[in-house]
Structure formats: C-alpha cells, structure tokens
Design a protein around this ligand. Structure first.
Ligand SMILES: [Fe+2]
Length: 159
C-alpha cells in the first residue's frame, strides 16, 4: 500500500509519522486477545511505521490481510483491512482510520462499515488498485491517500 498525506488544499504533509497494523493472510492478529482459528504466521508481525517523504508520500510493503469473523452476529465478517494512523496537522493530532480494498464484496456487509451513514465517508477509506505502481511478477499496489482535514477529509474513527 502507498499514498500521499495531504491537507485540505492538496498540499503534501512531509515528514509525518504513518503507522499501520493488520491481521495476517489468514485474518489473525498477532495479539494475545485474538483467538481466531487461523494460525499465526511466524514470518509476519503485522505492524509498520514510516515517515512521509518531502512530498508527503508513504509506502508499506506488506501482504493482503484476510477477512476475519466479528462477533456482531453469528456470520459477520470484517472485510480485509489495514489500520492506519497518521499524525495530523498538529503534532498532538493522531488520526486513525482503516483502508479497505477496492471491490471487496464484504465491505457493504460489514457491521462496522455500516455504522457510517455517509457513503462518501466509506469511499474515503477504500484503497484503489493501482496497476501502474504494482511490481510485475512480484506484488500489487493499492493507493490510499490520507486527507487530514477539510471537506474531502478521510474518515477518521477517532474524531
Ligand atoms: Fe482490524
């Protein structure tokens, strides 16, 4: 996944901290409270952090997380997603969101996604497949820009 952190005018936010955490390919987190039946992957931690560059770009090389069941009802599933935190316009602002993967049929079925009444807010949380930035015979790329404020702001769950 990769993208740009920008303000409401599209101006890049350079040298800001972006962090991510996610389940492994089987949908399991490396966390003591996660008892899902999928095995842990000994080669995968599930967390990362980096600073945006001069132009606000960030990039993580990772694996696509699997969906996992959510105990909302007996057959609720979270779509594949990557949790993302970004430091916003003020140093004290930590903004937290999730990136979903474009085209995932679980997105509209997700009880967490459906707590958002605004479909535009959901759209801001969808990473877009970007074939131009994929590495042939190696990995796909999903672009996920983070807009830290303004009308087109990414939906942040802690605001
Ligand atoms: Fe999650």
């Amino acid at each position: 996944m990769f993208g740009r952190v920008v303000d409401q005018f599209g101006k890049p936010v350079p040298h800001t901290l972006v962090e991510m955490w996610q389940a492994n390919a089987g949908g399991r987190y490396r966390h003591r409270n996660d008892n899902y039946l999928a095995p842990l992957d000994p080669s995968f931690g599930g967390v990362g952090r980096c600073l945006t560059d001069d132009q606000g770009w960030y990039r993580f090389r990772t694996i696509k997380p699997g969906p996992y069941p959510w105990p909302n009802d007996p057959n609720s599933w979270r779509p594949s997603h990557i949790h993302v935190s970004v430091m916003g316009p003020a140093i004290s602002t930590r903004l937290i969101t999730q990136m979903y993967f474009e085209g995932d049929p679980l997105i509209p079925l997700c009880p967490i996604v459906n707590t958002l009444k605004d479909p535009d807010a959901v759209e801001t949380m969808i990473g877009r497949l970007d074939m131009a930035h994929s590495n042939p015979m190696d990995c796909l790329a999903y672009r996920f820009d983070l807009v830290v404020r303004g009308e087109l702001q990414t939906y942040f769950e802690n605001q």
